[in-house]
Design a protein around this ligand. Structure first.
Ligand SMILES: *[C@@H]1O[C@H](CO)[C@@H](O)[C@H](O)[C@H]1NC(C)=O
Ligand SMILES: *[C@@H]1O[C@H](CO)[C@@H](O)[C@H](O)[C@H]1NC(C)=O
Ligand SMILES: *[C@@H]1O[C@H](CO)[C@@H](O)[C@H](O)[C@H]1NC(C)=O
Ligand SMILES: *[C@@H]1O[C@H](CO)[C@@H](O)[C@H](O)[C@H]1NC(C)=O
Ligand SMILES: *[C@@H]1O[C@H](CO)[C@@H](O)[C@H](O)[C@H]1NC(C)=O
Ligand SMILES: *[C@@H]1O[C@H](CO)[C@@H](O)[C@H](O)[C@H]1NC(C)=O
Ligand SMILES: *[C@@H]1O[C@H](CO)[C@@H](O)[C@H](O)[C@H]1NC(C)=O
Length: 814
């Protein structure tokens, strides 16, 4: 060997050694993931980086860590990273390297779900819409054009991750990676091609040499060593191949909302129950979907009709506040499960039936053991004998006995405080309550005249034309009607069938009709009376999409817009002229959007003659940021439908006139959860408040710009901050509970403090007949302090319990 070669080899091995010196080895067996030789309990939570801001990430991740998580999971969103083919974007909240480094800095593991199909209630499931425009392409099946694109992007992401040393064997936080996503749910619809596709996907994953295990969720036919994982509300009865660990990639902590939908809430008792059940049945990795849901900024919401908030009823709310008691109730559970890591991942498991639906589970390892008692009955409480002791187990709950004797946690017994959030104006001094508005009409002269970019004798599918570059597409044509035509009459009807979603009709330069967005479904036929000239008539149709479909087999081919029509003119005697094959001229987008009216210093906004109810209109107001550092929201009630921007950053689509149904779903945490249970917001707008991240704001001189598509008015728009208003805590004899206001604020007032059998919920408790008022005791212990501990036994000492099962209930304000 030459000296030079020796030198080269030496420096090469040094390079490899130095970049791998903090290397973490990840493998698995039939029990658990094994990290550096140790079987691990992994409790993870999903935080999608583009659903918050880079400035919010450290706080969100820190709160996840304090909540007892040891991993963060995210999808990768192809459409935001490759908005145009081979043009990449990793700026701002698209900076995945920074996101993973933030996770690493917090000392947490990361789970990378590349997909690149992600569903996620994200526009078009995360696919860039330009894929759809490629001739011959078929998505998510054995199609070479698609597979080339998927390989190209997946490789690009993996290379980026490797270059930043983010994989565990490189000393990075990423311990697992996912390819594809829930394909098993739709595979049947793709037949043999689907099977070939999955084989190809597996080969692609293997070829990428990432050095950590690959997972595929909901993919029963995933070949080893790829790990098939479970998604759902419960995964205790999921049994993968015995050679792989039982993993749960999506425990849905709530649900998403559609425009027109209610607010779903999954009770903390039920989330905790599902997690405890999973770990009592050999589960060792569990991920909350979502831990922080966040916001669908811009046009990222999926569809059709998925709202801008992606709160998901997650342990951290849309704005990043703790959602209590969910966050704290789960934190206690996580601490106990982590403390049982060794016995859960290496102990021998045995289970014994204690009553109908009640099971005692023991994990035993040499002289240590850990136990669970599960009551799966949805209505009956039980007192059971286990290991020689008697235990009371409420219906639909799991008790955890880390020493197999003492119950340290029951999923249905919440001792964490409940927090009710309030919105406060927090206006800067001299800042008036009402904003002052300027305005500009959207300029539509060109399209009213039928001017566009190309003409074909066909009504085209919308996203095929827009490539996803805009929500808006103009369809324009001319029709000549002769006086002698038997159909001719002055008053005719223009009939347009659209596959979605919004439609505005102009005839001879005048607006003649639109759909009613608040009542109409997304596919409909609109009939509009028109006054026809016995010569050439101009028809201009503006079609708007509100999020492209993101789920289902072949979801990518579901048509939107006036695809195929028909568009017809109905005249005298109902004689009909089918205009579907007329020469149609197209133009993508609105002029104001193209000229970025939402971030354009050169515009001359108008002060005078501000319209009160006008379609296709832009409004602008200058405002001061609300004081303090609590999250900021804006109430857009009064407006109808459109998009809003603060200092050039899109807050997302708004639609505060779209109302939720008038009936809410009743709530009992017992029994299997579904999103129609435990809903709130009945009879209210689905979303009237929109998140304005603090990082979008300066102290002064901020601009709010809204584009109103339908004719709402901006005059009642208001900003506010979100903070804790009311605290409530419940405790029994033997409990020590805590009341605590956030950010060092003092407890102001004890609104209710009772020992007995109070009824109602936080914010509206009622005293039982014989109950004891303990307000003065709690006041002296808590008021003026930022937090206080209450030992229930000591507080009620000397009082005879007024009824069986007496409990202490306290309600306070911050
Ligand atoms: C992706 O495609 C481009 C050409 O469009 C090519 O230059 C590049 O090498 C491809 N990347 C991979 C990883 O295949
Ligand atoms: C348990 O006992 C076995 C032998 O019976 C021993 O090999 C093992 O190291 C012990 N495990 C622990 C955690 O002490
Ligand atoms: C439960 O723990 C307490 C101490 O926290 C102990 O005094 C008691 O004996 C334990 N009970 C059982 C059944 O082990
Ligand atoms: C999209 O456009 C292409 C090219 O015009 C056409 O071949 C394809 O059928 C269109 N797809 C849909 C779904 O309309
Ligand atoms: C035209 O159709 C409408 C409804 O489709 C019907 O009410 C009306 O009677 C028809 N008119 C004639 C002249 O047939
Ligand atoms: C209108 O014309 C189109 C294109 O020729 C055709 O597909 C469609 O069936 C026609 N619709 C009606 C209602 O006649
Ligand atoms: C509360 O307890 C009292 C006394 O035991 C009893 O009469 C009353 O019915 C109870 N109320 C409720 C709502 O349980």
């Amino acid at each position: 060997m030459s000296f030079l070669l020796q030198r080269l080899l030496f420096s090469l091995s040094f390079l490899i050694f130095s970049s791998f010196c903090l290397a973490t080895e990840v493998s698995y067996d039939g029990r658990a993931l094994i990290i550096d030789g140790v079987r691990k309990v992994i409790i993870s939570g999903s935080i999608h980086y583009p659903r918050s801001t880079a400035e919010m990430w450290p706080d969100l991740i820190q709160k996840a860590k304090e909540g007892g998580l040891n991993a963060i999971e995210t999808y990768v969103f192809w459409d935001i990273h490759e908005p145009r083919r081979r043009e990449y974007d990793f700026e701002g909240n698209r900076d995945i390297v920074r996101f993973f480094k933030t996770i690493q800095d917090a000392g947490l593991y990361a789970i990378l779900r590349i997909g690149p199909y992600v569903c996620a209630e994200w526009n078009y499931g995360g696919f860039p819409v330009w894929l759809h425009q490629m001739p011959g392409i078929q998505l998510r099946t054995d199609n070479e054009i698609y597979e080339n694109e998927m390989r190209n992007f997946t490789t690009y992401i993996v290379n980026k991750i490797k270059e930043a040393n983010l994989l565990a064997p490189q000393g990075g936080p990423i311990i697992l990676a996912q390819i594809e996503n829930e394909y098993g749910n739709v595979e049947g619809a793709y037949g043999e091609a689907g099977k070939r596709y999955i084989k190809w996907v597996v080969q692609l994953a293997k070829s990428l040499n990432i050095g950590v295990p690959w997972i595929m969720c909901q993919q029963g036919d995933a070949p080893l060593p790829i790990i098939n994982t479970c998604n759902g509300y419960y995964c205790d009865d999921f049994y993968p191949d015995h050679k792989i660990p039982k993993m749960w990639t999506e425990n849905w902590v709530g649900w998403f909302k559609d425009w027109g939908g209610l607010d779903p809430h999954r009770p903390a008792e039920d989330v905790a129950y599902s997690v405890a059940r999973f770990f009592s049945k050999s589960g060792t990795l569990q991920n909350y979907y979502m831990y922080h849901g966040g916001t669908n900024f811009g046009r990222t919401a999926g569809g059709p009709y998925i709202v801008t908030t992606y709160d998901y009823d997650a342990p951290l709310d849309e704005y990043g506040n703790l959602r209590q008691p969910k966050w704290g109730h789960l934190k206690k559970l996580h601490e106990i499960l982590h403390s049982m890591e060794k016995v859960l991942t290496s102990g021998e498991r045995s289970s014994v039936k204690l009553a109908n639906g009640v099971w005692g589970t023991t994990y035993a390892l040499n002289d240590t053991s850990g136990c669970f008692i599960s009551n799966t009955d949805a209505s009956n409480d039980f007192t059971v004998s286990f290991g020689g002791n008697l235990y009371f187990v409420p219906a639909w709950s799991v008790s955890i006995l880390p020493d197999c004797k003492n119950v340290t946690y029951n999923t249905a017994r919440i001792t964490t405080q409940t927090e009710i959030m309030v919105k406060k104006p927090n206006r800067a001094e001299n800042d008036p309550e009402d904003l002052t508005w300027l305005w500009l009409p959207e300029d539509i002269e060109d399209t009213l005249d039928g001017r566009g970019t190309f003409t074909v004798p066909e009504l085209l599918e919308q996203k095929n034309v827009t490539g996803g570059a805009s929500d808006y597409l103009w369809y324009m044509t001319k029709v000549r009607v002769s006086k002698h035509d038997p159909m001719y009459t002055k008053h005719m009807t223009l009939r347009v069938h659209t596959k979605g979603h919004m439609l505005h009709v102009f005839f001879n330069g005048k607006h003649v009709g639109s759909n009613n967005p608040d009542t109409q479904d997304w596919e409909y036929t609109l009939e509009v009376p028109v006054i026809v000239k016995p010569s050439i008539n101009f028809i201009t149709l503006l079609s708007t999409t509100v999020g492209l479909t993101n789920y289902g087999d072949h979801f990518d081919t579901i048509p939107e817009g006036i695809a195929g029509g028909p568009v017809e003119l109905v005249g005298n005697g109902n004689l009909t002229r089918n205009l579907s094959t007329n020469p149609w001229t197209y133009k993508v987008d609105l002029n104001g959007m193209e000229k970025t009216y939402w971030d354009n210093d050169k515009l001359e906004w108008r002060y005078d003659g501000i319209p009160s109810r006008s379609r296709l209109t832009w409004y602008k107001a200058i405002f001061k940021a609300p004081l303090g550092d609590d999250p900021v929201v804006v109430n857009l009630r009064g407006l109808q439908k459109g998009e809003a921007w603060v200092n050039g950053n899109s807050l997302g689509r708004f639609w505060p006139t779209k109302m939720a149904p008038s009936e809410c779903g009743k709530c009992d945490y017992r029994g299997p959860y579904n999103p129609n249970k435990c809903t709130t917001g009945c009879g209210e707008p689905t979303q009237s408040w929109y998140h304005v991240p603090r990082s979008f704001l300066e102290a002064d001189g901020n601009s709010l710009i809204v584009f109103e598509e339908f004719g709402g008015s901006p005059f009642s728009v208001k900003f506010a901050t979100v903070t804790v208003g009311t605290l409530c805590v419940t405790g029994y004899h033997g409990d020590i509970v805590e009341l605590s206001c956030p950010k060092e604020r003092p407890i102001l007032n004890i609104e209710f403090a009772n020992y007995g059998n109070a009824t109602g919920t936080c914010g509206s408790y009622h005293k039982g007949a014989n109950d004891i008022d303990i307000s003065s005791l709690i006041e002296s212990a808590c008021v003026g302090k930022t937090s206080c501990h209450i030992d229930v036994s000591k507080t009620v000492i000397g009082h005879k319990p007024p009824c069986q099962g007496s409990k202490m209930v306290v309600q306070a304000s911050c």
